[in-house]
Design a protein around this ligand. Structure first.
Ligand code: IMP
Ligand code: MG
Length: 173
């Protein structure tokens, strides 16, 4: 039997996202800002973060990536399963991730995005598990640093379940 323990509540998440949105707005040039969500985990964070940035030219893009399968740790192999719909050359880009764990996914994506010649490239993540890092990645905006525990909810899944929880919870088995 598995059980859930709330680690970060809905209210804490929303308060932190409001701060992150304000900070991103302050640090952006005013031109088109592409928020690129990594499917599927980042889609809920992305939709709240976009609404927390007070600017008319926030644009939404998605990329698909597969690395995890059904397990709880990375396979170490990353594959692009869906690419951007738009050219982001010369634009401000923020890659939006649900959680940075080993860093394998983001270090791969940063390489891909650099080849597209954006004006700027930043990374925003709701959660960061720094203890598990295998590849160094520079993350510009971190919602919450969390300990090395497997979490679900607010977009994060275990074998596709629990993404719709409003809180971030630790999944205990
Ligand atoms: P990384 O490549 O190891 O940094 O893994 C990043 C991806 O692994 C995230 O986008 C998540 O999809 C997944 N992931 C890492 N830790 C967790 C977790 O605690 N719960 C759910 N998914 C996780
Ligand atoms: Mg993910």
């Amino acid at each position: 039997m598995s059980s859930l323990r709330v680690l970060i509540s809905e209210a804490q998440i929303q308060a932190r996202i409001a701060e992150m949105g304000a900070q991103i707005a302050k640090e952006s040039s005013g031109g088109p800002l592409y928020l690129v969500g990594i499917l599927k985990g980042a889609c809920i964070f992305l939709s709240d973060l976009a609404r927390a940035i007070p600017s008319p030219s926030v644009r939404l893009e998605f990329i698909g990536i597969s690395s995890y399968g059904k397990g709880k740790s990375t396979s170490g192999e990353v594959k692009l399963t869906k690419d951007l719909d738009t050219m982001v050359e010369g634009c401000d880009v923020i890659v939006v991730e649900d959680i940075v764990d080993s860093g394998v996914t983001l270090s791969y994506l940063v390489q891909i995005f650099r080849q597209r010649n954006p004006k700027s490239l930043r990374i925003a993540t709701l959660l960061d598990k720094p203890e598990r890092r295998m590849r160094p990645v520079h993350v510009d905006y971190v919602g919450f640093k969390i300990p090395d525990e497997f979490v679900v909810g607010y977009g994060l899944d275990f074998a596709e379940d629990y993404r719709n929880l409003k809180d971030v919870c630790v999944l205990q088995e």
